[in-house]
Design a protein. Structure first.
Length: 300
């Protein structure tokens, strides 16, 4: 057979085979999608590798969708916004705790080392019993003493402490009738507002406390010194016009920034000493009140 005829026959055979295969492939794919039970006929005409290549292509599209909807990215973007609100600085910088601090720094102390404020009334030997204004009669203060107090022994020599912080307005020895004495001024602005009201201290006045009859040579402060509450100022004694050891405590309201460098009466004294005594006791410039008012009405 001539070569040209052989080539023509091969071309016809090749076209026929391709058409048959294409139609079989199409029919088999329809069988698979519409009738799942006809998979055997489908697999006899198409190889498994062709199945995998054809029907596994949708799966890669599912996987990216799951990855896109995952939440780790959202967590990272939220975290930077949550942290600043958690560490909000206003709570740290809002420290208007100045008032509590000032209140905490304000201290009230018993004038007697071993006697608590709540027990002071138990050791009052002579209470406040004021004379008419302008009189020098007793008793313009309160006296404190005891024979034995709990396990602390006798009163004489007991440390006398400043009730409040303040400035030493007087620190004198050998005065009469007060003996060894100290006067402590407390500026009203150092007191809590409720104290100013309860003690009735005007804006232009200060609070003064006088501690008298202390032991000779026991003074631990000097005029003009700034001291703290509870700071020792002397020791209980019997100097001046007294026979028994005790603390004579006077509380008065008077002009601020007053100092006394001499203080005496009834004996040979200088004009300055007498003038200071009169000014304190009789003139009405320094108004006295019951010192127990400080401890009963003001201190809880």
């Amino acid at each position: 057979m001539p070569p040209a005829k052989i080539a023509a026959l091969l071309a016809i055979f090749f076209v026929t085979a391709c058409t048959t295969t294409s139609s079989s492939f199409t029919d088999a794919s329809l069988l698979y999608t519409s009738e799942p039970n006809s998979r055997q006929a489908f697999s006899t005409q198409i190889q498994p590798t062709e199945l995998m290549a054809r029907f596994s292509t949708p799966k890669p599209h599912l996987t990216p969708k799951k990855l896109i909807s995952a939440s780790p990215i959202a967590q990272h973007t939220m975290t930077p916004f949550i942290e600043p609100t958690k560490t909000s600085i206003p709570s740290q910088t809002s420290t208007p705790s100045i008032t509590p601090t000032e209140t905490m720094l304000f201290t009230v102390c018993s004038p007697l080392e071993f006697v608590a404020i709540k027990d002071l009334y138990r050791v009052v030997s002579s209470p406040y019993n004021p004379p008419p204004m302008g009189s020098d009669d007793r008793h313009q203060g309160a006296d404190f003493t005891y024979y034995h107090w709990k396990n602390y022994g006798m009163a004489e020599g007991t440390a006398i402490k400043s009730v409040f912080q303040g400035r030493v307005a007087a620190a004198l020895e050998n005065t009469f009738p007060f003996g060894t004495l100290a006067i402590i001024e407390t500026d009203r602005n150092l007191l809590p507002k409720e104290w100013m009201i309860k003690l009735d201290i005007p804006e232009d006045k200060s609070l003064y406390l006088l501690y008298a009859h202390m032991q000779a040579g026991s003074l631990k402060v000097e005029t003009g010194q700034i001291i703290d509450a509870c700071q020792p100022i002397g020791a209980m004694g019997r100097t001046g016009n007294t026979d028994a050891p005790h603390l004579h405590l006077e509380s008065r309201i008077g002009p601020p920034d007053t100092s006394f460098f001499g203080f005496a009466a009834f004996t040979t004294v200088t004009p300055e000493e007498r003038a200071n005594y009169v000014r304190w006791r009789i003139s009405g410039e320094f108004l006295h009140f019951d010192p127990m008012k400080i401890f009963k009405d003001v201190v809880p």
